[in-house]
Design a protein around this ligand. Structure first.
Ligand code: ZN
Length: 391
Protein backbone atom coordinates (compact mmCIF):
# COMPACT_ATOMS: atom_id res chain seq x y z
CA UNK A 1 0.00 0.00 0.00
CA UNK A 2 1.44 3.28 -1.02
CA UNK A 3 -0.90 5.08 1.35
CA UNK A 4 -0.45 8.22 -0.68
CA UNK A 5 -3.06 10.70 -1.70
CA UNK A 6 -2.86 10.14 -5.40
CA UNK A 7 -5.93 12.02 -6.53
CA UNK A 8 -5.01 15.55 -7.30
CA UNK A 9 -7.56 18.27 -6.86
CA UNK A 10 -8.96 19.24 -10.23
CA UNK A 11 -10.67 22.35 -11.42
CA UNK A 12 -13.96 20.47 -11.45
CA UNK A 13 -14.01 19.90 -7.75
CA UNK A 14 -12.47 16.47 -7.24
CA UNK A 15 -11.00 16.16 -3.79
CA UNK A 16 -7.71 14.52 -3.01
CA UNK A 17 -8.31 11.10 -1.61
CA UNK A 18 -6.17 8.55 0.10
CA UNK A 19 -5.83 5.00 -1.04
CA UNK A 20 -5.19 3.63 2.43
CA UNK A 21 -7.68 1.01 3.59
CA UNK A 22 -8.59 2.97 6.71
CA UNK A 23 -9.74 5.88 4.60
CA UNK A 24 -11.88 3.65 2.50
CA UNK A 25 -15.41 5.00 2.57
CA UNK A 26 -17.23 2.06 1.02
CA UNK A 27 -15.72 -0.87 2.86
CA UNK A 28 -18.64 -1.56 5.16
CA UNK A 29 -20.94 -1.59 2.16
CA UNK A 30 -19.28 -4.55 0.46
CA UNK A 31 -20.87 -7.93 0.30
CA UNK A 32 -17.80 -9.69 1.49
CA UNK A 33 -17.68 -13.29 2.53
CA UNK A 34 -14.43 -14.67 3.76
CA UNK A 35 -13.17 -18.08 2.86
CA UNK A 36 -12.74 -19.70 -0.49
CA UNK A 37 -14.44 -22.24 -2.66
CA UNK A 38 -13.05 -25.66 -3.28
CA UNK A 39 -10.00 -25.99 -5.46
CA UNK A 40 -10.99 -24.67 -8.85
CA UNK A 41 -9.28 -27.40 -10.82
CA UNK A 42 -10.75 -30.36 -8.98
CA UNK A 43 -14.41 -29.37 -9.36
CA UNK A 44 -14.82 -29.82 -13.14
CA UNK A 45 -13.08 -33.21 -12.90
CA UNK A 46 -15.64 -34.46 -10.40
CA UNK A 47 -18.55 -33.20 -12.46
CA UNK A 48 -17.21 -34.76 -15.66
CA UNK A 49 -16.61 -38.11 -13.92
CA UNK A 50 -20.12 -38.19 -12.55
CA UNK A 51 -21.75 -37.34 -15.86
CA UNK A 52 -19.78 -40.10 -17.58
CA UNK A 53 -20.89 -42.62 -14.98
CA UNK A 54 -24.55 -41.77 -15.41
CA UNK A 55 -24.33 -42.47 -19.11
CA UNK A 56 -22.93 -45.98 -18.44
CA UNK A 57 -25.67 -46.62 -15.88
CA UNK A 58 -28.36 -46.00 -18.47
CA UNK A 59 -26.99 -48.72 -20.76
CA UNK A 60 -27.25 -51.13 -17.85
CA UNK A 61 -31.03 -50.79 -17.62
CA UNK A 62 -31.79 -53.48 -20.24
CA UNK A 63 -33.16 -56.93 -19.33
CA UNK A 64 -30.25 -59.12 -20.50
CA UNK A 65 -28.86 -61.00 -17.38
CA UNK A 66 -25.31 -60.03 -18.26
CA UNK A 67 -26.49 -56.50 -18.46
CA UNK A 68 -28.17 -56.87 -15.04
CA UNK A 69 -24.90 -58.14 -13.52
CA UNK A 70 -23.16 -55.26 -15.21
CA UNK A 71 -25.80 -52.96 -13.73
CA UNK A 72 -25.17 -54.40 -10.22
CA UNK A 73 -21.47 -53.71 -10.64
CA UNK A 74 -22.34 -50.25 -11.77
CA UNK A 75 -24.63 -49.72 -8.77
CA UNK A 76 -21.78 -50.70 -6.43
CA UNK A 77 -19.53 -48.44 -8.46
CA UNK A 78 -22.03 -45.64 -8.11
CA UNK A 79 -22.22 -46.11 -4.33
CA UNK A 80 -18.42 -46.11 -4.11
CA UNK A 81 -18.27 -43.11 -6.38
CA UNK A 82 -20.83 -41.19 -4.34
CA UNK A 83 -18.95 -41.98 -1.14
CA UNK A 84 -15.73 -40.76 -2.71
CA UNK A 85 -17.52 -37.70 -4.02
CA UNK A 86 -18.95 -36.84 -0.59
CA UNK A 87 -15.60 -37.32 1.13
CA UNK A 88 -13.89 -35.16 -1.46
CA UNK A 89 -16.61 -32.53 -1.26
CA UNK A 90 -16.39 -32.43 2.55
CA UNK A 91 -12.64 -32.24 2.32
CA UNK A 92 -12.74 -29.38 -0.15
CA UNK A 93 -15.50 -27.46 1.63
CA UNK A 94 -13.63 -27.68 4.91
CA UNK A 95 -11.23 -25.18 3.43
CA UNK A 96 -8.42 -27.44 2.35
CA UNK A 97 -8.85 -26.11 -1.19
CA UNK A 98 -7.81 -22.69 0.08
CA UNK A 99 -5.83 -20.24 -1.91
CA UNK A 100 -3.20 -22.09 -3.75
CA UNK A 101 -0.12 -19.91 -3.53
CA UNK A 102 1.48 -21.89 -6.29
CA UNK A 103 -0.22 -20.85 -9.37
CA UNK A 104 -3.86 -21.17 -10.27
CA UNK A 105 -5.47 -18.01 -11.54
CA UNK A 106 -8.04 -16.07 -9.59
CA UNK A 107 -11.35 -16.37 -11.40
CA UNK A 108 -12.95 -12.96 -11.71
CA UNK A 109 -16.28 -12.00 -13.25
CA UNK A 110 -17.10 -8.36 -14.00
CA UNK A 111 -20.51 -7.16 -15.08
CA UNK A 112 -19.34 -4.66 -17.73
CA UNK A 113 -16.33 -4.50 -20.05
CA UNK A 114 -14.65 -1.41 -18.50
CA UNK A 115 -14.63 -3.11 -15.09
CA UNK A 116 -13.23 -6.26 -16.70
CA UNK A 117 -10.47 -4.07 -18.19
CA UNK A 118 -9.64 -2.69 -14.77
CA UNK A 119 -9.66 -6.21 -13.25
CA UNK A 120 -7.26 -7.39 -15.96
CA UNK A 121 -5.01 -4.38 -15.58
CA UNK A 122 -4.79 -4.76 -11.79
CA UNK A 123 -4.76 -8.58 -11.76
CA UNK A 124 -2.29 -9.05 -14.59
CA UNK A 125 -1.18 -12.60 -15.23
CA UNK A 126 -2.78 -13.91 -12.05
CA UNK A 127 -6.42 -13.44 -13.03
CA UNK A 128 -8.81 -14.96 -15.52
CA UNK A 129 -11.54 -12.42 -16.23
CA UNK A 130 -14.99 -13.14 -17.65
CA UNK A 131 -17.22 -10.24 -18.65
CA UNK A 132 -20.93 -10.82 -18.08
CA UNK A 133 -22.36 -8.21 -20.46
CA UNK A 134 -20.49 -8.88 -23.72
CA UNK A 135 -19.20 -6.14 -26.05
CA UNK A 136 -21.95 -4.67 -28.20
CA UNK A 137 -24.70 -5.41 -25.65
CA UNK A 138 -26.34 -2.85 -23.41
CA UNK A 139 -25.85 -3.41 -19.68
CA UNK A 140 -29.33 -1.96 -19.14
CA UNK A 141 -31.04 -4.77 -21.05
CA UNK A 142 -28.69 -7.80 -21.28
CA UNK A 143 -29.70 -11.07 -19.56
CA UNK A 144 -27.27 -13.58 -18.05
CA UNK A 145 -26.74 -16.93 -19.85
CA UNK A 146 -26.59 -20.38 -18.25
CA UNK A 147 -22.88 -20.64 -19.11
CA UNK A 148 -22.20 -17.43 -17.23
CA UNK A 149 -24.09 -18.71 -14.19
CA UNK A 150 -21.77 -21.74 -14.42
CA UNK A 151 -18.68 -19.51 -14.42
CA UNK A 152 -20.03 -17.57 -11.43
CA UNK A 153 -20.63 -20.81 -9.55
CA UNK A 154 -16.86 -21.39 -9.67
CA UNK A 155 -15.63 -17.80 -9.56
CA UNK A 156 -13.64 -16.26 -6.71
CA UNK A 157 -14.52 -12.60 -7.20
CA UNK A 158 -17.45 -10.79 -8.78
CA UNK A 159 -17.02 -7.08 -9.51
CA UNK A 160 -20.21 -5.16 -10.32
CA UNK A 161 -20.67 -1.50 -11.12
CA UNK A 162 -23.72 -0.98 -8.90
CA UNK A 163 -26.30 1.85 -8.86
CA UNK A 164 -28.67 -0.29 -10.91
CA UNK A 165 -26.60 -0.20 -14.12
CA UNK A 166 -27.02 -3.93 -14.71
CA UNK A 167 -30.36 -4.59 -13.01
CA UNK A 168 -29.61 -8.20 -11.97
CA UNK A 169 -25.92 -7.85 -11.16
CA UNK A 170 -26.19 -6.67 -7.57
CA UNK A 171 -28.22 -9.74 -6.57
CA UNK A 172 -26.72 -12.31 -8.90
CA UNK A 173 -24.49 -13.84 -6.22
CA UNK A 174 -27.63 -15.16 -4.49
CA UNK A 175 -28.58 -17.08 -7.66
CA UNK A 176 -25.35 -18.91 -8.41
CA UNK A 177 -24.92 -21.22 -5.43
CA UNK A 178 -21.40 -20.06 -4.60
CA UNK A 179 -21.41 -18.89 -0.99
CA UNK A 180 -17.66 -18.19 -1.10
CA UNK A 181 -17.90 -15.73 -3.95
CA UNK A 182 -16.59 -12.33 -2.87
CA UNK A 183 -18.70 -9.54 -4.36
CA UNK A 184 -17.36 -6.03 -4.82
CA UNK A 185 -19.67 -3.20 -5.82
CA UNK A 186 -17.48 -0.53 -7.43
CA UNK A 187 -19.87 2.38 -6.81
CA UNK A 188 -19.56 1.76 -3.07
CA UNK A 189 -15.97 3.02 -3.27
CA UNK A 190 -17.03 6.38 -4.69
CA UNK A 191 -17.85 9.10 -2.14
CA UNK A 192 -21.55 9.95 -2.25
CA UNK A 193 -20.90 13.63 -2.88
CA UNK A 194 -19.14 12.73 -6.14
CA UNK A 195 -22.27 11.02 -7.47
CA UNK A 196 -24.76 12.72 -9.77
CA UNK A 197 -28.50 12.09 -9.56
CA UNK A 198 -30.06 9.81 -12.16
CA UNK A 199 -32.44 11.36 -14.67
CA UNK A 200 -35.95 12.06 -13.36
CA UNK A 201 -37.37 9.23 -15.48
CA UNK A 202 -34.87 6.73 -14.08
CA UNK A 203 -35.61 7.77 -10.52
CA UNK A 204 -39.37 7.44 -11.08
CA UNK A 205 -38.88 4.04 -12.69
CA UNK A 206 -36.82 2.95 -9.67
CA UNK A 207 -39.47 4.17 -7.25
CA UNK A 208 -42.27 2.37 -9.06
CA UNK A 209 -40.27 -0.69 -10.09
CA UNK A 210 -40.88 -4.18 -8.78
CA UNK A 211 -37.42 -4.51 -7.33
CA UNK A 212 -37.57 -1.50 -5.03
CA UNK A 213 -35.88 -2.43 -1.79
CA UNK A 214 -35.07 -0.70 1.43
CA UNK A 215 -31.73 1.06 1.29
CA UNK A 216 -31.21 0.34 -2.39
CA UNK A 217 -29.69 3.15 -4.38
CA UNK A 218 -30.99 1.73 -7.60
CA UNK A 219 -31.94 4.57 -9.92
CA UNK A 220 -31.12 7.29 -7.38
CA UNK A 221 -27.69 8.02 -8.85
CA UNK A 222 -26.33 7.99 -12.37
CA UNK A 223 -24.39 4.72 -12.74
CA UNK A 224 -21.96 5.68 -15.57
CA UNK A 225 -19.06 6.37 -13.20
CA UNK A 226 -16.23 4.80 -15.17
CA UNK A 227 -16.39 7.44 -17.90
CA UNK A 228 -14.74 9.93 -15.55
CA UNK A 229 -11.10 8.84 -15.12
CA UNK A 230 -10.86 10.38 -11.66
CA UNK A 231 -13.91 8.42 -10.46
CA UNK A 232 -12.48 5.35 -12.18
CA UNK A 233 -9.59 5.64 -9.72
CA UNK A 234 -12.01 4.67 -6.97
CA UNK A 235 -13.05 1.64 -9.02
CA UNK A 236 -9.38 0.64 -9.14
CA UNK A 237 -9.31 0.89 -5.33
CA UNK A 238 -12.32 -1.43 -5.09
CA UNK A 239 -10.87 -3.99 -7.50
CA UNK A 240 -7.50 -3.89 -5.71
CA UNK A 241 -9.09 -4.56 -2.33
CA UNK A 242 -11.29 -7.33 -3.77
CA UNK A 243 -8.32 -9.12 -5.36
CA UNK A 244 -6.29 -8.86 -2.17
CA UNK A 245 -9.19 -10.30 -0.21
CA UNK A 246 -9.38 -13.41 -2.37
CA UNK A 247 -5.64 -13.71 -3.01
CA UNK A 248 -3.79 -12.07 -0.10
CA UNK A 249 -0.51 -13.77 -0.99
CA UNK A 250 -0.13 -11.49 -3.99
CA UNK A 251 -1.13 -8.25 -2.28
CA UNK A 252 2.10 -6.49 -3.22
CA UNK A 253 1.67 -7.37 -6.88
CA UNK A 254 -1.92 -6.08 -7.00
CA UNK A 255 -1.08 -2.90 -5.07
CA UNK A 256 1.76 -2.01 -7.39
CA UNK A 257 -0.31 -2.54 -10.52
CA UNK A 258 -3.27 -0.63 -9.07
CA UNK A 259 -1.04 2.32 -8.19
CA UNK A 260 0.37 2.31 -11.71
CA UNK A 261 -3.11 2.26 -13.26
CA UNK A 262 -4.28 5.15 -11.04
CA UNK A 263 -1.25 7.15 -12.13
CA UNK A 264 -2.12 6.44 -15.78
CA UNK A 265 -5.69 7.56 -15.15
CA UNK A 266 -4.45 10.77 -13.57
CA UNK A 267 -2.32 11.61 -16.59
CA UNK A 268 -5.17 10.61 -18.89
CA UNK A 269 -7.35 13.09 -16.99
CA UNK A 270 -4.79 15.83 -17.62
CA UNK A 271 -4.70 14.93 -21.31
CA UNK A 272 -8.51 14.97 -21.64
CA UNK A 273 -8.68 18.29 -19.82
CA UNK A 274 -6.15 19.79 -22.19
CA UNK A 275 -7.79 18.39 -25.32
CA UNK A 276 -11.38 19.20 -24.35
CA UNK A 277 -10.36 22.77 -23.45
CA UNK A 278 -9.76 23.41 -27.14
CA UNK A 279 -13.23 22.26 -28.26
CA UNK A 280 -15.05 25.12 -29.91
CA UNK A 281 -18.46 23.61 -29.09
CA UNK A 282 -19.34 22.24 -25.68
CA UNK A 283 -22.88 20.86 -26.15
CA UNK A 284 -24.06 17.58 -27.60
CA UNK A 285 -27.08 15.31 -27.71
CA UNK A 286 -26.44 11.91 -26.19
CA UNK A 287 -28.17 8.65 -27.02
CA UNK A 288 -28.75 8.00 -23.34
CA UNK A 289 -27.40 9.77 -20.29
CA UNK A 290 -24.06 7.93 -20.30
CA UNK A 291 -21.66 10.90 -20.55
CA UNK A 292 -22.93 12.92 -17.60
CA UNK A 293 -19.87 12.42 -15.36
CA UNK A 294 -17.50 12.97 -18.26
CA UNK A 295 -19.35 16.16 -19.24
CA UNK A 296 -19.26 17.49 -15.67
CA UNK A 297 -15.54 16.84 -15.35
CA UNK A 298 -14.59 18.51 -18.63
CA UNK A 299 -17.09 21.32 -18.75
CA UNK A 300 -19.19 19.85 -21.56
CA UNK A 301 -22.97 19.65 -21.62
CA UNK A 302 -25.45 16.94 -22.52
CA UNK A 303 -27.98 19.32 -24.02
CA UNK A 304 -30.45 16.53 -24.72
CA UNK A 305 -30.89 12.80 -24.42
CA UNK A 306 -32.65 10.59 -26.98
CA UNK A 307 -33.65 7.78 -24.62
CA UNK A 308 -34.24 9.03 -21.08
CA UNK A 309 -34.74 5.41 -20.09
CA UNK A 310 -32.52 3.02 -22.05
CA UNK A 311 -34.78 0.95 -24.30
CA UNK A 312 -37.62 3.50 -24.30
CA UNK A 313 -37.79 5.11 -27.72
CA UNK A 314 -38.80 8.76 -27.92
CA UNK A 315 -42.11 9.74 -29.50
CA UNK A 316 -42.27 11.71 -32.75
CA UNK A 317 -43.03 14.79 -30.67
CA UNK A 318 -39.97 14.28 -28.47
CA UNK A 319 -37.76 13.82 -31.53
CA UNK A 320 -39.14 17.04 -33.02
CA UNK A 321 -38.45 18.88 -29.75
CA UNK A 322 -34.84 17.62 -29.74
CA UNK A 323 -34.37 18.77 -33.33
CA UNK A 324 -35.78 22.24 -32.51
CA UNK A 325 -33.57 22.54 -29.45
CA UNK A 326 -30.46 21.42 -31.38
CA UNK A 327 -31.05 23.81 -34.26
CA UNK A 328 -31.90 26.80 -32.04
CA UNK A 329 -28.87 26.31 -29.77
CA UNK A 330 -26.48 25.31 -32.49
CA UNK A 331 -25.86 21.83 -31.10
CA UNK A 332 -24.20 20.13 -34.03
CA UNK A 333 -23.50 16.63 -32.75
CA UNK A 334 -25.61 13.70 -31.69
CA UNK A 335 -23.70 10.85 -30.11
CA UNK A 336 -25.11 7.42 -30.93
CA UNK A 337 -23.66 4.36 -29.20
CA UNK A 338 -22.49 1.06 -30.67
CA UNK A 339 -24.73 -0.82 -28.22
CA UNK A 340 -27.92 0.70 -29.62
CA UNK A 341 -29.47 1.23 -33.04
CA UNK A 342 -28.46 4.59 -34.59
CA UNK A 343 -31.90 4.91 -36.25
CA UNK A 344 -33.31 7.68 -34.04
CA UNK A 345 -30.04 9.61 -34.05
CA UNK A 346 -30.06 9.44 -37.84
CA UNK A 347 -33.67 10.63 -37.92
CA UNK A 348 -32.67 13.66 -35.81
CA UNK A 349 -29.78 14.44 -38.15
CA UNK A 350 -32.10 14.18 -41.15
CA UNK A 351 -34.85 16.32 -39.60
CA UNK A 352 -32.29 18.99 -38.77
CA UNK A 353 -31.55 19.42 -42.46
CA UNK A 354 -27.90 18.53 -42.00
CA UNK A 355 -27.25 20.92 -39.10
CA UNK A 356 -26.78 18.00 -36.70
CA UNK A 357 -24.39 15.14 -37.48
CA UNK A 358 -24.32 11.60 -36.01
CA UNK A 359 -21.14 10.29 -34.33
CA UNK A 360 -20.94 6.84 -32.82
CA UNK A 361 -19.31 6.54 -29.40
CA UNK A 362 -18.58 3.41 -27.42
CA UNK A 363 -18.85 3.92 -23.66
CA UNK A 364 -18.05 0.24 -22.96
CA UNK A 365 -15.31 -0.87 -25.33
CA UNK A 366 -14.13 -4.34 -26.26
CA UNK A 367 -11.35 -6.36 -24.62
CA UNK A 368 -10.40 -7.83 -27.99
CA UNK A 369 -10.22 -4.55 -29.89
CA UNK A 370 -6.81 -2.89 -29.46
CA UNK A 371 -8.28 0.56 -30.23
CA UNK A 372 -10.44 0.35 -27.10
CA UNK A 373 -9.29 -2.78 -25.29
CA UNK A 374 -8.01 -1.24 -22.05
CA UNK A 375 -9.29 1.58 -19.89
CA UNK A 376 -7.15 4.45 -21.19
CA UNK A 377 -7.50 3.36 -24.84
CA UNK A 378 -11.27 3.29 -24.41
CA UNK A 379 -11.41 6.87 -23.18
CA UNK A 380 -8.97 8.08 -25.83
CA UNK A 381 -11.03 6.34 -28.52
CA UNK A 382 -14.14 8.27 -27.48
CA UNK A 383 -12.20 11.49 -26.95
CA UNK A 384 -10.88 11.30 -30.51
CA UNK A 385 -14.44 11.07 -31.87
CA UNK A 386 -15.64 13.94 -29.63
CA UNK A 387 -12.72 16.02 -30.78
CA UNK A 388 -13.86 15.62 -34.38
CA UNK A 389 -17.48 16.24 -33.49
CA UNK A 390 -17.07 19.31 -31.28
CA UNK A 391 -14.08 21.11 -32.73
ZN1 ZN B 1 -25.97 3.37 -19.72
Amino acid sequence: MDGACTREASSAGSRPRCTGVTGYAGLEGWYVRLGRAASIESKPLIVAGYAGFKRQGHQGMRQDPRRRRFQAVLERGRAAFLATFLILAAHLLSGCGGNSPGGEKVRVAADIVPLAMICRQVGGEHVEVEVLVPPGSSPHTYELTAGQVGFLAEADLLVVNGLGLVPWAEDVHSRVGNPDLVVVEAAEAVPRDELLPASVEEREEGEQGEDREEGREHALYDPHLWLDPLLAGYIVDAVEEGLIRVDPGRAGYYRERAARLRAEMNSLHEEIRRRTASFTRREFISFHASWTYFARRYDLRQAGVIEELPGKEPSAGEIAALVDMAVSRGVGAVFAEVQFSPRVAEAIAEESGGKVRVWVLDPLGDLDDPRKGDYCSLLRYNLGIMEEALR
